[in-house]
Structure formats: C-alpha cells, structure tokens
Design a protein. Structure first.
Length: 396
C-alpha cells in the first residue's frame, strides 16, 4: 500500500466507526438467542423457528462472501455504506410488526447486510491504517464483533424483547449515521493496481497463503460455534443449569474479546502468529477432552475461558496474514476466508448436533476435528514475514 502523503497517518476514526457497526451486526444477529423460549411463546411459533432468526445469517454469508469481497476491493466505501444502511433498515423493520414474519424479514435484511460489513474486517485497516498499525486495527475490529455478542446476551437477560428490539434499532441507526459521516474521508492507503473483479478472486485463490488460511479458519469457527451452540445441552447431564451455561458462554465471549484485542497484536509484533494459533488449537483440543472426561461447571469455566482467550484470536491472525499476503486482492481473500469459516461453522455444528445426546462423544469429536487444523499451521510462520509491496495510489 502507498499514499500520496509522504508522512501518512492512520485514520482511527474510520476504524472505530466501522468497528461499532460490526458490533451492531452481531448484536442484531443474536437478539433472539438468549430468549429463544420466550420469543417462541411471544410469536406463537416453535423454538426451532426462532432458531432460524439466527441461522439465516451463516446461510446468507456463504452466498455473499465472495461477491462482497470483490465489491470491497473495488468499491470499499459504497459497499460499507450499503451494509450499514441495510443493517439499520433491518433493525427498524423488526419494529414494524409484532409477528414472526416481520421478525424474519428484518433478520433477513440484516443477514444480507452482515457480509458487507464484517468481511471488511481486514479491508478497512488495509485502506485506512499504516502497515504497522494494521494488526492492531484488525484485532480491534475482530474484538468488537465479540463485544456485540456480549451486549446481545446481556440485553436478552435484563430487558424485555420489545425493549431489546428498540435498543437495537436506535443503536443501528446511530452507528450507520456515524459511519456514513466518517466515510467521507477517502482511503489513504490503496493499491497501485485497480481492483479487477473476478481476476482478483482468482489471484486470491491462487495465493498459497490464502488457500492455507481457508483450510485453517473453519476449525476455530467450527469449534467455537459448536461449543456455543451445544454447550448447554452437552453439559446439562453433568448438572450444569441453563443459567450456569449462559454464564459460561458469556465468559467465553468476554475472554474472546480480551484475547482478540491482545494476542494478535503481541503475535504480529514478535512474528509469533504460528505459535499463537497453535496454542489456540491445542488449548481447544485439551479443553474438549477435559469436558469429555470431567464435565461440570468448574471444568466448563476453565475450558470456556481458555478457548475464548486462546482460540478466538486465530480469526484476526488469519485475516491479518491473508491481507498481508494478498495485497490488492485483500477483499477477495477476506471473502474466501470468511466463507470458509462460515462453512466450517455450519458443518462442525451440524455434526456435533448429531451427538448432543452423547456428550462425551461430542466433545471427543470436537477435539478430533480441531486437530485437523494442525496441517494448515506451518505456512503461517513463513507468511508472517512478508508483505507485498506497492507504489502509487488512488482514492476510492
């Protein structure tokens, strides 16, 4: 990346506004998760139907991830603006009626918008931050998404469903407005070569680092999503109540926020990305085996916090390595990585769900799946030492 300014500065205001919108997408995504039973009763539908208010998100992400990545490479600011506006619109649609159809319509709009925002987790730092600041920016943007999850869990437990919907709409509109204002600032760091659409996608896919990251990222996505989705029923036979399981999940995500804010920056500054991801993978494997052998509230607390701190930072590390290796096609690379992650989440969570009545087998399965990440790790240490060079600039 280069800039017309010989002494470029990072634009943290744009990064901060983007991070808030990213957090809002997660808040809206998980609105109904903490109150599934109450929402089912309120709308007069089954709990499975309420589950689709969240399940539409990964499905739309798989469909839109690659087109979104290409759009971000070519039209970063318009794509982000559309994503922010659609997010706010979907949040407002949920208030237009008090029935399941209206809720699903609003969630679908937000689900379509989410890839337009979250896929830019590496693209925004790449365009608005100096190279030395990008690992910190990617880490902050990633941590903000988990912070949005925490807010969703907290709101669901302390206020009514209607109040949660109102808060979501107000926050989404405000966040979108702020982002639209700061996006008036043109990116200071852009590649010399203009984005080339499908050519960028092919270039990203041919990049060995990006392909290896696409093999790696489904594991943290899949293991984390499976643990958060099935943690409560898997631990219930060991005497862990739903309230205790909810607390474990909240602590898991909170630990992930801390881990994503600290570990990737530390790893990038010391060239330890490979070791950081390896530590997360091994921690998840060990944790799942502990829960298989000694399930309970105490072991769950240790494992969920450990997984949050060590495994979740693998996401921003993978995104940073992909951005570093892909250069002008960073958006396409991010789309590929996010799509791989969402596919991993769908597959691993679905398979783990088949073992929900056999908790020990489910945890052993998750441990075995997590081990599949090990063959993808060696390239990370090699890729962390290089960044594509570029020269002149343009604004978009």
């Amino acid at each position: 990346m280069a800039t017309t300014d010989p002494y470029p500065r990072s634009s943290w205001a744009v990064l901060a506004a983007f991070a808030v919108v990213g957090a809002v997408t997660q808040l809206l995504w998980l609105t109904y998760a903490p109150v599934t039973t109450a929402a089912a009763e309120h709308y007069g539908v089954s709990e499975a139907a309420i589950g689709w208010l969240a399940n539409v998100f990964p499905l739309w992400y798989v469909v839109l991830a690659i087109p979104t990545g290409l759009a971000l490479d070519r039209w970063l600011r318009p794509t982000l603006a559309v994503g922010a506006v659609l997010t706010a619109l979907g949040a407002c649609v949920r208030l237009a009626g008090d029935d399941f159809g209206t809720a699903l319509a609003g969630q679908t709009l937000i689900a379509v918008a989410q890839p337009l925002v979250v896929t830019a987790t590496s693209a925004v730092p790449a365009r608005y931050l100096r190279a030395a600041d990008r690992p910190r920016g990617i880490a902050a943007a990633s941590a903000s998404t988990f912070a949005g999850m925490i807010l969703a869990f907290l709101l669901g437990t302390v206020v009514s469903l209607h109040t949660t919907l109102v808060v979501g709409a107000v926050v989404a509109v405000a966040a979108a407005g702020v982002l639209l204002v700061v996006l008036r600032e043109a990116p200071g760091f852009v590649p010399e070569l203009p984005a080339a659409g499908v050519v960028d996608f092919l270039a990203a896919w041919r990049n060995p680092v990006v392909r290896r990251m696409c093999l790696l990222v489904p594991i943290p996505f899949g293991t984390f999503t499976a643990l958060t989705t099935w943690g409560q029923p898997l631990l219930e036979p060991a005497g862990v109540s739903s309230d205790q399981a909810g607390l474990l999940l909240l602590l898991n995500v909170a630990a992930g926020v801390v881990g994503c804010a600290v570990v990737p920056v530390w790893a990038a500054e010391r060239g330890r990305q490979h070791q950081a991801v390896l530590a997360g993978v091994l921690a998840a494997v060990a944790g799942c085996l502990v829960l298989a052998a000694l399930p309970g509230a105490g072991s769950g607390l240790v494992v969920f916090v450990m997984v949050g701190v060590l495994l979740l930072p693998a996401l921003p590390i993978v995104l940073e390595l992909s951005e570093r290796a892909s250069g002008p096609s960073a958006g396409a690379a991010a789309g590929l990585v996010w799509m791989a992650g969402q596919l991993g989440a769908l597959v691993v969570t679905g398979l783990a769900g088949l073992l929900v009545d056999a908790p020990a087998a489910a945890f052993v399965f998750l441990a075995a799946v997590t081990l599949l990440a090990l063959p993808a790790l060696p390239l990370a240490s090699r890729s962390s030492t290089s960044r594509p060079a570029s020269s002149a600039t343009s604004s978009r």
